[in-house]
Design a protein around this ligand. Structure first.
Ligand SMILES: [Zn+2]
Ligand SMILES: [Zn+2]
Length: 306
């Protein structure tokens, strides 16, 4: 074997995960014929308004396999064609409620075209063609669903933010000792961050509403239990929990998870993960359902972090 041939075979057979991003724009409306107009409005808010509204969706397809002799898991043009034929070509510039028969709610088996219901159907259409390991569908930058192929289980994430100050110091230590541990973060008068909080819930997709849980109820919980008490505060002084506990990103993420876990159960879902980003350079992630750590393939998060 020549040296050139052996370098051409480099990596052949070894496993790799690849991702492909695809975008489409589509409209939808949340409206169930068995509910009155008032009940639809109460249940779905502005999403019930006729004739609907639209989103610029972003789909991330994660695929795994061994490298071929050409150094690829899959030929990217095959990947592009499969996504176009099965998904974006059918959905782009369409009204989702009418684009796929599964979203026809005049049929009692039909369900609303929510992000989580849509990502599950995309899985069903793509999986015969591509070795998918995970899908992520962004409805907007602050709302996305992940689907890993479990028949009814999906993950829904909402992103929100708050601004707060903190100081990292343990009260029993001297200023010098604290600065040795926490550096500039131990300076006596604190400093601030614009925190981003991603709350991920897991649950079964309701066969009729297409939802893992009531999205507005989830948003209210995060607003009431996290944003409202934390926003524009000095965490160490204004949030009693942090009078005793050093408000590192890790501790804040854990505390948010502890605050949200039971209330999220009460609305029918499970808190899966809290990700707290303190700055573009550091974030902390807490998995509330350990050991379910397999949920987020690193490739998806790498894309999400861009
Ligand atoms: Zn919408
Ligand atoms: Zn800080």
């Amino acid at each position: 074997m020549t040296e050139m041939k052996s370098s051409a075979r480099h990596g052949q057979g070894r496993g790799c995960v690849i991702t492909r991003r695809a975008c489409f724009s589509a409209s939808h409306r949340y409206w169930l014929p068995e509910l009155s107009a008032d009940d639809n409005a109460a249940r779905f808010g502005p999403c019930a308004l006729a004739p609907g509204h639209g989103h610029n969706y972003e789909l991330i397809v994660s695929m795994a396999g061994g490298l071929d002799a050409d150094g690829m898991v899959l030929n990217l043009s095959d990947v592009k064609h499969a996504i176009r034929n099965e998904v974006t070509g059918q959905l782009d510039f369409r009204f989702l409620n009418e684009a796929w028969p599964e979203f026809d709610v005049s049929n009692p088996e039909g369900c609303l075209p929510t992000t989580e219901a849509l990502v599950r159907l995309i899985w069903q259409r793509l999986s015969p063609h591509l070795p998918i390991t995970a899908l992520r569908l962004y409805e907007q930058p602050g709302l996305w669903a992940d689907y890993l192929g479990h028949p009814m289980d999906a993950y829904l994430t909402i992103r929100t933010h708050f601004a707060a100050a903190h100081r990292l110091a343990r009260p029993e230590l001297s200023q010098e000792e604290n600065e040795a541990i926490y550096g500039k973060c131990a300076r006596p008068h604190g400093h601030g961050h614009n925190y981003l909080v991603d709350v991920t819930v897991r649950g079964a997709i309701d066969p009729r509403t297409g939802m893992v849980c009531d999205l507005s109820a989830l948003q209210r919980l995060v607003d009431d239990l996290v944003v409202e008490p934390f926003d524009h505060t000095f965490l160490n002084k204004d949030v009693p929990f942090f009078a005793e506990c050093v408000p590192t990103a890790e501790n804040i993420a854990l505390h948010i998870a502890d605050r949200l876990s039971s209330p999220i159960k009460a609305i029918g879902a499970h808190l899966h993960k809290v990700r707290l980003q303190e700055s573009p350079n550091n974030a902390a992630e807490v998995y509330a359902e350990a050991p379910k750590l397999e949920m987020t393939p690193a490739a998806l998060d790498a894309v999400a972090a861009v």
